[in-house]
Design a protein around this ligand. Sequence first.
Ligand SMILES: Cc1cc2nc3c(=O)[nH]c(=O)nc-3n(C[C@H](O)[C@H](O)[C@H](O)COP(=O)(O)O)c2cc1C
Length: 200
Amino acid sequence: MKIVAVLGSPKLNGNSAILARRFLDAAQRLGAETQSFTLNELAYQGCQACRACKKTSEVCVLKDDLSGVLNAIQGADVIVFASPVYFGDIAGQMKLLIDRTYSFLTPNFHSDPKTSRLASGKTCVLILTQGLAEAMFADVFSRYEWVMKLLGMETVHLIRACNVVKPGDVSAREDTLKQADALATRIMDENTAHKSSTRE
Ligand SMILES: Cc1cc2nc3c(=O)[nH]c(=O)nc-3n(C[C@H](O)[C@H](O)[C@H](O)COP(=O)(O)O)c2cc1C
């Protein structure tokens, strides 16, 4: 099973990256093949709304460092999007990537039942970290869950850490770290069960 993680924080050892790494490590121990991209190290543009991906091309025609990320997402079974909450939303680095996934939508996604070009059955894991309390910004997950479903993701999971202010604060959150381990185990188990049922 291939897992691709996209890290949106500029902090390499920040809270969202720690949780993503914890999830990836647990999945890797169970046999997953993993790959990570740190968006802050890449040079890229946001969607230019040229709509070439709806008219003349099946893929985004912009050629920059996101081309490889979009390609890796297409080939993955599980995609992890890890981001801090910035001003009540995902970080800008991540938002530009999400806008570029417009190229995954079919030309007639507004009216067709099939909205996405991505292969079906993909799993998405959203990792969100924020400085303020749980009651704040719960809408971030529901908004991006909607985006991920439009992109054809079958299941969208959330790992969320609140009240984590300084990079590394989440390392003291044993419950959240264990949640990342448990989710990796569950997704790997489901994948194994799915493979054996399709073999029967
Ligand atoms: C520019 C900026 C904006 C932020 N906006 C919010 C916010 O709206 N709500 C919140 O709870 N925390 C906010 N924070 C705090 C971060 O979400 C928090 O520190 C998070 O754990 C950082 O994750 P990271 O370590 O993965 O970068 C903000 C931090 C920065 C630098």
